[in-house]
Design a binder for this molecule. Structure first.
Ligand SMILES: Cc1cc2nc3c(=O)[nH]c(=O)nc-3n(C[C@H](O)[C@H](O)[C@H](O)COP(=O)(O)OP(=O)(O)OC[C@H]3O[C@@H](n4cnc5c(N)ncnc54)[C@H](O)[C@@H]3O)c2cc1C
Length: 471
């Protein structure tokens, strides 16, 4: 970015920020700079002009004012997990919330107040002490901020709905640095937009979330050789679509690992994994999860009862920080033989053994929430599919991105339309408008005009402010 300010003006803006800032300011000369500017996806090696490690809402406001005074762009970092790397940009001020990870729980009211930089594991640790949880994503080192503001699919989605459906209120630092509390009574339109509209409308420093009771989870998984995958996926479809909200079933095509329960002949080759998790009465778990594996012959299955915290951490080791990632995603109308053949085709062509093709049947409580209650679009999408490449060598970037892109393109005939905003990456212009659909997009753009008329918060899946009606 061209620096239009003189050095004196910039220095006074910086010294004024340093005077009032209670967190930590990290510039390019600071020994901590490389660590704090890094995000989860190693593809995004970018150099912000300053990382403002905020400790409270006032720090966030001060950092926004500093960025405005110095003409810098702004990015917001929650957990740093966004695959598109929207939390970091060259030359921008990174407003880093990762020091703000406190959670207060009111078990009687079943409410948690979680600071804007929490990881999912921070929230779970605090709420599970009371036998409660807020439905959220499946990898515990994901940030609550980006996940909740974009929607939030996870194990409990079919039973209780999305994370954004549990957002009761939010403390928000607006683009001009002022702080408001968005509730159903105060700033209701802002609250509506925060439920699915992404990071466009303000910086959330505290989420107030409804909690749900959770108990032990009955978990059963099985691995099939690719030769059995088409038959097993026909069974998966029949099984998943017949279940009530207490059961969530997911599938993945990926290379089989070396765990004890996986047969030696399947290890190291692409295989199909199916998993059923039962959230109802524990004694019913075995009978409810077993039918997923009753017809097509799996190479092996494994089952156990685990805590919800264990379930939430199961995926943690598979997607480590710093590797290179490229993900494309789409919703599917169904899982007939046509898309199944394409998914298996992608598995056969996987250029990297760490990659995966993941899919799950959604519906359940996600569809019970009235469509008008949130900015989140396409609640009725039956299936979501992600084609996720993971590798380490930059020389393999092009091959992996091409595989992921092609993995979704080949599903074109069965796509439901739209996409999940939190999985967008490297899209054509107009994709964000397509995600929300015309009416929702226009409403979000009008909310944006009210709360961020200059589009200060543009480092996201951006919805520019609507033009003023009288302009
Ligand atoms: C390993 C992995 C597993 C995942 N699993 C799931 C899953 O199970 N379910 C699911 O729904 N999604 C999942 N996701 C996608 C996830 O929802 C997005 O990557 C999301 O953006 C992560 O949020 P973050 O805060 O970590 O991201 P960041 O990269 O820190 O932030 C992304 C954007 O979110 C906004 N943002 C973040 N925090 C705030 C805040 N407090 N206030 C305002 N804006 C903010 C900003 O615009 C920022 O640019 C997963 C991602 C990964 C990498």
């Amino acid at each position: 970015m061209t620096d239009l300010l003189g050095p004196v003006h910039r220095e006074s803006a910086e010294s004024s920020l340093r005077r009032r800032f209670e967190g930590r300011l990290v510039g390019p000369d600071d020994p901590a700079y490389d660590e704090v500017r890094a995000v989860w996806n190693g593809m995004h090696e970018r150099r912000p002009s300053l990382v403002a490690r905020c400790s409270n809402a006032a720090d966030v406001g001060a950092a926004l004012r500093y960025a405005a005074a110095t003409g810098r762009a702004v990015t917001v970092r929650g957990g740093g997990h966004n695959v598109a790397g929207t939390a970091v940009a060259d030359g921008a001020v990174m407003i880093d919330l990762s020091l703000m990870r406190g959670v207060d729980v009111d078990p009687g009211a079943r409410i948690a107040r979680a600071q804007g930089g929490c990881l999912l594991r921070d929230l779970d640790a605090a709420t599970l002490a009371h036998g409660l949880a807020c439905p959220a994503g499946v990898v515990s080192h994901t940030g609550l901020g980006g996940l909740a503001l974009g929607g939030g699919y996870g194990w409990l989605g079919r039973k209780w709905g999305l994370t954004c459906d549990h957002l009761l209120a939010a403390e928000v630092v607006l683009a001009d640095g002022t702080v408001v509390e968005a509730t159903e009574e105060e700033h209701p339109e802002l609250l509506w937009g925060l439920r699915g509209g992404g990071g466009n409308l303000g910086i959330v420093t505290r989420f107030t979330l409804r909690l749900r009771p959770v108990g032990p989870v009955s978990y059963r998984t099985g691995v099939f050789p690719l030769s059995e995958a088409a038959a097993a996926l026909a069974d998966y479809r029949a099984f998943a679509e017949a279940q009530g909200p207490d059961l969530h079933a997911v599938g993945a095509l990926k290379h089989a690992g070396r765990q004890d329960w996986i047969p030696a002949e399947l290890r190291g080759a692409p295989a199909l994994f199916l998993t059923a998790a039962w959230f109802g009465a524990e004694e019913l778990g075995p009978a409810r999860t077993a039918p997923l594996f009753a017809r097509a012959a799996p190479g092996a299955t494994a089952s156990r009862v685990m805590s919800y915290a264990q379930l939430q951490a199961l995926g943690d080791h598979g997607e480590p920080h710093g590797n290179r990632y490229f993900t494309k995603s789409c919703y599917l109308t169904g899982l007939s033989a046509g898309p199944v053949g394409q998914l298996i085709g992608s598995a056969r062509e996987m250029p990297s053994p760490r990659s995966s093709v993941d899919f799950e049947y959604l519906r359940g409580a996600i569809c019970d929430v009235p469509d008008a209650d949130s900015a989140f679009p396409r609640r009725d999408a039956p299936y979501i599919c992600t084609v996720s490449a993971q590798w380490t060598d930059p020389a393999e970037d092009a091959a992996n991105a091409a595989w992921s892109r092609r993995g979704v393109e080949r599903l074109a005939d069965w796509q439901f339309g739209g996409a999940y905003v939190n999985y967008l990456q490297d899209e054509k212009p107009g994709k964000v408008a397509e995600v929300y659909g015309a009416a929702r997009y226009e409403r979000l753009a009008a909310v944006k005009r009210r709360y961020d008329p200059d589009n200060v918060l543009a480092g996201n899946q951006n919805i520019p402010p609507a033009a003023h009606p009288h302009a």
